[in-house]
Design a protein. Sequence first.
Length: 81
Amino acid sequence: MANPAVVKTTVKPKGEGVFARFVKFIRESWYETFKKSSWPTWTELRQFTVVVIFTIVAIAIYIGAIDFILTKITEAIPSGG
């Protein structure tokens, strides 16, 4: 069993307050975003955009078709009343 009289605490080094950690996070985020990341070229960006638009249109047509079919099925069911 642990000795309750001995309390282990971690000592924060000076300068590691909330504001210092926030500034460090912003600095590291900026560095990783602009220095370490590879960005697509304009040609790649256009190609990706076309793929995304095509996918959205295809999914919209699919959902619209399912909605149309289910609407026709529900309208064909006679209502009891």
